[in-house]
Design a protein around this ligand. Structure first.
Ligand code: OAD
Length: 382
């Protein structure tokens, strides 16, 4: 079975007709079909009965069959320049790649954050952001977190480019997965920005749920300590000590589970960890924006984490989609054009071609010279 032939038949026959041809008439093994499509199954799946793969194949066929097709008028860099120049409502999806030029590592590149966690013996690097593990032992996250604490580094040319879209009145929304909050430094307005995974902007006590500005806990994190809620600490100090119990056992709550004790009074940056619900703002906003957008720019992300990774496939098929990153997008996506390279360079070329170079250069200069005031001043730059 050749992949190209399978895909042609899927397009021609639809998922049901495809199943009839390949499973009923030709009696192929489901795992062989999945394999021919390039779907990788773990080796120990050999022992699983073939029929158990049927629902996986159905889902795969439905997804492939409904995939968008590339638009015939958006093929080249010049086409991207044209649609960008004409766009009125742009959705920008961003990831860690837009901040790497500022010295902030991304997650999944060769030297990214997830490649440097060996000493913590995690079964999956993403456990660094696992809420259950954090509650059991916040020291792992905080030990590594020193590297993630935002510093005043200004913003990248890509952040500035998105700001140019805003200044021109054509930024519908930026959906960022980044927790560094550099978008705020670049002056992206709150109502134009969805921080899909939260950010370091604020922090909340796991016990009393009091929220503080994020910067309050930065000195503790940088000093290698676990930041604690001052209110909970005071209460803990004033609490009567029960006989026969160590001070650490104090709590005035019903639950005395070990993880609750470990995380008692611990401050957590308001980043959305795996295992936590995303802010409902994300879902409400994207369901509205998908019907309004006339261009999607996806920049500096591997698109590996849902639900942000689902945005491109949620958009109406007629909306042009452009992917800008170092590595190509996964096979499950169909972008009209992929502009591969350093995103700062790509957006500079785009800005130049559309005629926005001066605005971009001014913003970039401000970001480099006096980052702290750049956001404020750049409101004067048009
Ligand atoms: P990844 O590290 O998965 O992907 C970043 C992508 O950007 C990679 O494909 C890089 O090749 C590319 N890249 C890096 N530097 C670049 C540059 N200068 N120019 C162009 N491309 C560049 O990061 P994300 O996709 O953001 O979750 O990861 C998504 C989520 O996974 C994160 O939000 C994080 C993580 O688990 C949380 O923090 C909760």
């Amino acid at each position: 079975m050749r992949e190209a032939e399978l895909r042609r038949d899927l397009g021609r026959l639809g998922p049901q007709g495809f199943l009839e041809k390949y499973l009923v008439d030709a009696d192929h093994l489901i795992r062989d079909i999945l394999h021919a499509f390039g779907v990788k199954l773990p080796p120990d799946f050999d022992k699983v009965q073939d029929i158990n793969f049927l629902s996986l194949l159905r889902i795969y066929l439905a997804r492939e069959f409904n995939k968008r097709e590339k638009l015939s008028h958006v093929i080249t860099f010049d086409d991207v320049v044209t649609v960008l120049g004409q766009a009125r409502k742009v959705i920008v999806i961003t990831g860690a790649g837009i901040s790497t030029s500022l010295g902030i590592p991304d997650f999944r590149s060769e030297n990214g954050i997830y490649s440097r966690l060996e000493k913590y013996h995690l079964s999956d690097p993403q456990e660094l952001f696992d809420i259950h593990l954090f509650r059991q032992d916040p020291s792992i996250f905080y030990d590594f977190c020193k590297e993630l604490v935002p510093e005043d580094r200004g913003y990248s040319a890509t952040h500035a480019f998105i700001r140019v879209l805003q200044d021109r009145g054509i930024l519908l929304r930026q959906y960022t997965q980044n927790i560094d909050d550099i978008e705020s430094t670049a002056g992206i307005l709150d109502d134009k920005l969805i921080q899909c995974h939260g950010s370091f902007k604020t922090a909340t006590c796991l016990t009393c749920h009091r929220q503080s500005p994020g910067h309050v806990i930065f000195p503790e994190i940088k000093a290698g300590r676990i930041p604690k809620c001052q209110t909970c600490l005071k209460l803990q100090d004033n609490a009567p000590k029960r006989k026969g119990k160590k001070k650490l056992d104090w709590d005035d709550q019903d639950s005395d589970s070990e993880s609750e004790m470990m995380s008692h009074g611990v401050m957590k940056p308001d980043i959305t960890f795996f295992g936590e619900q995303l802010d409902t703002k994300f879902k409400d906003q994207i369901l509205q924006d998908r019907n309004e957008a006339d261009l999607v720019l996806c920049i500096g992300t591997s698109l590996r984490v849902a639900p942000v990774a689902e945005i491109p496939n949620m958009m109406p098929k007629s909306v042009p989609q452009v992917f800008i990153s170092r590595e190509p997008a996964g096979k499950e996506y169909v972008f009209d054009v992929e502009l591969l390279g350093a995103c700062d360079e790509v957006v500079r070329q785009l800005a130049h071609a559309v005629g926005w170079s001066a605005a971009l250069d001014d913003l970039v200069k401000l970001g480099k010279s006096t980052p702290a005031v750049a956001a404020q001043k750049s409101s004067e730059v048009k």
